[in-house]
Ligand binder design. Structure first.
Ligand code: APR
Length: 310
């Protein structure tokens, strides 16, 4: 049986950890690509040397060549600059657009049927850019953000309620930025809506901490940004795509009228499977949440327009 093949571009913190998680879960063989010579080869070798200890049988190839990525089923793009303290995700816009544009063109050439999972920030704009540069149908270009933001929301909620994070099903929509939209009414703790378990002040604190979740880690690490939770979230999407699970995962997807938004990439729940996005799920929002979602999408559009891409 042919194994699935996943390319991870960027052998930095997020990329290497994602590659590690993919092989440890035996999801696919991985090609780990980076512009720095020796880096992907060294990390791939180091991870492969753990194979007998961890008991996995999939392989990682480290490479600086896009030829090696040919025929990938899924391509995860994490290459680019990470945020430093005081930098917003948007400060990264122009630099990462240049990096991502080149990578997507090379990847699309060698794997024309792949699903792209974008991770590089600013996430929503990079995902939109990747769709334009690849020319892939929009359902095959997806961004990882909503799952990460929802995972953070679940963790902060569980911490307050002293329950297991896995017992919290959190819903966070919108762009992956300061304007993301946590939806407490749709967030469930052991099947009960969050507002029935926690007062509005505490929910407000969790909303705010989630919006600031990436920056909180950046401020602590001082030399880089988060990578354990981001890689987990990206690999959850990869698994849903490879195994065609149809799981509903909050993702950055192309909206064509859903939620009253047209021709923009933004974070909403989507059913993921073999061909990428199978279906966009429209959940019921309050008027205020709908307005926040529209504001967040407008922000994504404004930043995308700065790139001047037709
Ligand atoms: N081609 C391939 N790899 C590149 C290129 C390029 N043109 N430019 C940079 N890279 C590589 C770097 O050499 C580095 O190894 O991308 C990697 C980025 O790794 P880190 O600096 O460790 O950053 P990381 O923490 O992994 O974050 C990557 O994910 O969450 C987002 O905001 C984050 O945009 C950032 C991205």
């Amino acid at each position: 049986m042919k194994h699935s093949k996943v390319t991870v571009v960027g052998a930095g913190f997020v990329g290497a950890t994602a590659a590690q998680r993919i092989v440890e879960k035996d999801l696919a063989d991985v090609v780990l690509v980076d512009i720095v010579e020796g880096l992907p080869q060294g990390k791939a070798l180091d991870i492969m040397e753990s194979a007998s200890v961890e008991g996995f049988s999939r392989r990682i190839l480290g490479s600086n060549l896009y030829e090696d990525t040919a025929g990938s089923d899924v391509i995860v793009i994490t290459a680019g600059l990470a945020r430093k303290p005081g930098m917003s995700r948007d400060d990264l816009l122009f630099k990462n657009a240049e990096i991502v544009g080149g990578i997507v063109t090379a990847c699309a050439k060698y794997s024309p049927e792949a699903v792209l999972v974008m991770v590089t920030n600013p996430l929503d704009v990079m995902t939109w850019l990747a769709q334009k540069k690849s020319g892939f149908p929009a359902e095959r270009v997806i961004g990882m953000a909503g799952e990460l933001d929802s995972a953070r929301y679940a963790y902060f909620t569980a911490e307050k309620l002293m329950c297991k994070p896995a017992d919290v099903k959190a819903v966070v929509l919108g762009g992956h930025g300061d304007q993301m939209v946590p939806v407490p009414e749709l967030t469930e703790v052991q099947g009960k809506p969050l507002p029935s378990m926690m007062d509005a002040v505490m929910i407000g604190q969790i909303n705010q901490r989630t919006r600031n979740g990436g920056a909180e880690i950046v401020a602590l690490l001082k030399t880089g940004s988060a990578y354990y939770a981001p890689s987990s979230s990206a690999v959850k999407m990869v698994r849903a795509i490879l195994q065609d699970t149809g799981e509903v995962i909050p993702s950055c997807v192309y909206l064509d009228g859903q939620y009253g938004l047209k021709d923009v990439y933004c974070g909403v729940p989507a059913q993921l499977g073999r061909g990428g996005v199978k279906k966009i799920v429209e959940v019921r929002l309050t008027e205020e949440e709908r307005l926040e979602l529209h504001r967040s999408a407008a922000d994504v559009r404004q930043n995308f327009l700065k790139l001047n891409i037709s």
